[in-house]
Ligand binder design. Sequence first.
Ligand SMILES: *[C@@H]1O[C@H](CO)[C@@H](O)[C@H](O)[C@H]1NC(C)=O
Ligand SMILES: *[C@@H]1O[C@H](CO)[C@@H](O)[C@H](O)[C@H]1NC(C)=O
Ligand SMILES: *[C@@H]1O[C@H](CO)[C@@H](O)[C@H](O)[C@H]1NC(C)=O
Ligand SMILES: *[C@@H]1O[C@H](CO)[C@@H](O)[C@H](O)[C@H]1NC(C)=O
Ligand SMILES: *[C@@H]1O[C@H](CO)[C@@H](O)[C@H](O)[C@H]1NC(C)=O
Ligand SMILES: *[C@@H]1O[C@H](CO)[C@@H](O)[C@H](O)[C@H]1NC(C)=O
Ligand SMILES: *[C@@H]1O[C@H](CO)[C@@H](O)[C@H](O)[C@H]1NC(C)=O
Length: 809
Amino acid sequence: MVLLQRNMKLRKQPPLSLSLVTFISITIFTTATTIISPGTTLYASNTNQSWPSPNNTFSLRFYPLQTTPSSFIAAVVHSGGAPIIWSAGNSAAVDFGGYLRLLPAGNLRLVNGSGATLWDSNTSNIGVTSATVLESGNFVLSNGTSTVWSSFENPTDTIVPSQSFNLGMVLRSGVYSFFLQKSGNLTLSWNNSVTYWDQGLNFSMSGVNLSSPVLGLKSEGILEISDPNLTSPVVVAYSSDYNEGGNNVLRVLKLGDDGNLRVYSYLKGSEVVNVNWVAVEDQCEVFGYCGNYGVCSYDSKSEPLCGCPSQNFEMVDPNDGRKGCQRKVKLEDCVGKVAMLQLDHAKFLTYPPVFVVNPEIFFIGISACSGNCLAASSCFASTSLADGTGWCYIKTSNFISGYRNPALPSTSFIKVCPPVAPNSTPSLENVVKKHWRIHGWVVALVLSSILGFLAFEGGLWLWCFRNIPRFGGFSAHYALLEYASGAPIHFSYKELQRSTKGFKEKLGDGGFGAVYKGTLANKTVVAVKQLEGIEQGDKQFRMEVSTISSTHHLNLVRLIGFCSEGRHRLLVYEFMKNGSLDNFLFVDDELQSGKLLDWDQRFNIALGAARGLTYLHEECRNCIVHCDIKPENILLDENYNAKVSDFGLAKLSSATNHRHRTLTSVRGTRGYLAPEWLANLPITSKSDVYSYGMVVLEIVSGRRNFEVSEETNRKKCSIWAYEEFEKGNIRGVIDKRLFCEEVKLEKVERLIMACFWCIQEQPSMRPTMSKVVQMLEGVVDIENPPPPKSITMGFSSAINTNVADSSAL
Ligand SMILES: *[C@@H]1O[C@H](CO)[C@@H](O)[C@H](O)[C@H]1NC(C)=O
Ligand SMILES: *[C@@H]1O[C@H](CO)[C@@H](O)[C@H](O)[C@H]1NC(C)=O
Ligand SMILES: *[C@@H]1O[C@H](CO)[C@@H](O)[C@H](O)[C@H]1NC(C)=O
Ligand SMILES: *[C@@H]1O[C@H](CO)[C@@H](O)[C@H](O)[C@H]1NC(C)=O
Ligand SMILES: *[C@@H]1O[C@H](CO)[C@@H](O)[C@H](O)[C@H]1NC(C)=O
Ligand SMILES: *[C@@H]1O[C@H](CO)[C@@H](O)[C@H](O)[C@H]1NC(C)=O
Ligand SMILES: *[C@@H]1O[C@H](CO)[C@@H](O)[C@H](O)[C@H]1NC(C)=O
C-alpha cells in the first residue's frame, strides 16, 4: 500500500509510456491492495492518500474544496478530469484534522477535526469485512460473499454509467432533489415540496404501467428507463455529443447546486468539460434559484443574474445574490397602509403547491389581481399571467421566487411598505443618485409628509371602524377591502341567503332571473340577481364575471361580487335606490304623479345611458354588446343618474342559439330589438344603438314604443313620431304630462333627431354611441334623419308586423 501511494505521487503528469508501466505495476498489486480492511483510515491532512479502484480509474480520497480553503470532502473522484461522483455525507466538509475510517465494527464514518461524526454508513455489526472502490466508481462494503452497502445505492448528486437509479433513490444538492417516480416521470423539487420540473415518458404505447422503473445513463450519452413491463428501455434524453469520443469520454448525470440536472462529458485526462443535456433549459425557471424574494433575470451574456424586486428590498448577502432578498421594512412594522409594488414583465414562479390550484387561482384582470392580494392579509404577492387566460395566482406562503424577462407578458405584484421604490434601470442609476443629492431634502420633506399622512389616514381608518362590531370578523374586513379594491368578491350561497334574509324582498324580475334586496356584513345594501338558465361551468362563469367586474363607469351599475356554487349562479350589484327607468316613464299619472321625471332629468338620463353604452362599446378593454337595452335595464341612483345594468349577461346565457335565432330564443326584448336580430344578421354594437333609440323615444314621449293607440293614429309610436316630426310638430310627440313645466325645445329636437338616426333599419346608417353623445351634447350638428323604416329593405315589413303584434315587454 505504501508503495502504491509512492507510485501515485510520481504519476502526477506521467508520459504515456511511464503511465503504462505504472498501470502494470498497479495491476500487479490490485487484488491485494485495493481491498480496505476494517480499521483502515483515510486522513484529510494527507490529500495524496487514496483508496483507488483496481485500474485507478476512480479513487476515494479527501478533496480540497475550492470555495472554502482548508476544508475537505471525502469523495470518489475520477482520476482524469476529476469529476466527483460520490461524497461522504453529501459534501460534508471537514477541516484538516478530519478523517474517514472503516471502523472494526464495519461502519464507515466521517469525523471532523473536532471529533464530531458528520456521517456514518450505519453498517456496523452486519459482518462487513472489507471496502472496495470498483472500476465502475462504485464504492462497496462487503461481508465476504455479497455487497451489503454501496455508494451506487446511496448516491449523492451524481449518476455514472453502469449505475442504476431506482425508485426511492434521490439525488440532492442543497435544497434541490431529483427523484424517479413510479410512473416513470423524472422530477426536480425544491425543499422537498415544490416540483419545478416533471418530465413524463414519451411512450409510443401509452398506458403501460411500470412496476419498478430504473433510470440509467449509458456511456455513449443516453438517459433511459428500463422496467420489467417494458420490452426495451425507453430513451428519456440524448446527450448532444451522443457516442462521440468513445471510451475517452466519461459522462455523468449531475444535479447542480443551482437546481438544474445536466449531463456532463469529461474528456478523460483533460480538464475539458461540456454540458450536453440540461433538464430546465431556462435556468430562471428553477424555483428558488435566487432565494426568497429574489428575482432572476439574464445579463447581456445570457448568464442568470439575481436581484431584488425593488429598492424596498436588500440582498441578504450583498456578495451572493442567490441567498435572496429581505424587506428593508417588515410589513408588520409598516407605518400606514401596505402597498402593492408592480413588476412588469415579471412573474413569481407558479409551481404547485406554492400556488395551490384552488382557491388561489382566479380568473380576473390585472388590476384586480393586485387588489385581491392587497385585500387578503394572507397574501404576499400575486402574478397575473396576462397570457390571455386571465389567471391570477395569489401567493400565500412566504417563499417567493421571481423571474423577470422582457419576453414575459405577466405582471406581478408584491406587498411592500410604502413608499414604493421601484428598481431604476442600471443606466439611470447615476442620474437618480445625483438628483437625490441635489434634491435630497425636498424628497425627504415629501416623504415625511406622505408618511405622516399615511399614519394619520391609518389612524382615522382604525378610529372609524373601532366601534362597529360587525366589522370585526375577518370575512367582513376582507369583503370591504376587496370591494374597495375593485375585485369581485366571491360569496358563498349561504352568505347571500343570509344577506337577503332568504331571498325575501324581491326587487324585480329581470331577463336573467329575479333580483332581491340584500345587506352585506359591512352594511352595504346590494341587489342580488339569481341567474337562471346559465349552463356555463364555474370557470367560464368566473371569466365572464371578471370581465363584467373590470368594467367600471359612472353610468354602469357596478358588480360587487358573485356566487358560483353547484348550480347556483348569483351576481351581487350595488343597490340603486330609485329602481329602473320604466317605473318613472310609464306611470299612472294620477296616482303617482310625484314620480314623474322632469325634463332636465329625462335629458340627463338619456345622456348618461349613452355615455355608459359608449364606454361598453368603445372604451373598455373587452368591448361588450349589451343586447338588451330597455328602460328596465336603466337604473337610477338617488340623484337620478342613469346606470346601465345587466351588461355582459348576454354572453352568460347559452351561446348555442346564436346561429339559429328564433323569436323565442332571442334574449333581447321585443320592441327594442334591432331588425337584424330577427333577420339572422350579425349582432353588433349597432344593435344596441337601435334599442337605445327606442328608449330615447320613450323618454321623450312617455309611452312604450310599440304602443298603438288613437293618439298615435293607430300607428307604431316610432312611425307616428317621425310623421309628427316631419310636420314640424315636435311638441306633439312630447310626454303630455310635461307640458305644465318648462321644456327646452332645442334639447328635445336634438334628442328626437338622434333617436331617429339610432332607429334606422340599416345598421350602417345608425351612429356610434360616442357620436350619439356628441349629438346630445350639441357639439356636432345633426343632419335631418331619413324615415326610420326603409321601404327598400326586404325583411322589414314582416319584422315590424311581428314587433307590432308583440305585447311582451
Ligand atoms: C484494468 O486494465 C487492464 C488493462 O487495461 C484491463 O485488461 C483490465 O480488464 C482492467 N480491469 C478492470 C477491472 O477493468
Ligand atoms: C468541523 O470542525 C471545525 C472546527 O474544528 C468547525 O469550524 C466546522 O464547522 C466543523 N464542520 C462541521 C461540518 O461541523
Ligand atoms: C452476507 O450477506 C448476505 C445477504 O445479506 C447473506 O446472505 C450472507 O450469508 C452473508 N455472508 C456472510 C459471510 O455473512
Ligand atoms: C423547507 O421545508 C421545511 C419543512 O418542510 C420548512 O420548515 C422550511 O421552512 C422550508 N424552507 C423554506 C425556505 O421555506
Ligand atoms: C408526468 O409528466 C407529465 C409531463 O411530462 C405530466 O403531464 C404528468 O402529469 C406527469 N405524471 C405524473 C404521474 O406525475
Ligand atoms: C414522442 O416521440 C415521438 C417520436 O420520437 C415524437 O414524434 C413526439 O412528438 C413525441 N411526443 C412528445 C409528447 O414528446
Ligand atoms: C394501470 O394501472 C391503473 C391503476 O392501477 C389501472 O386502472 C390500469 O388498468 C392499468 N393499465 C394497464 C395497462 O395495466
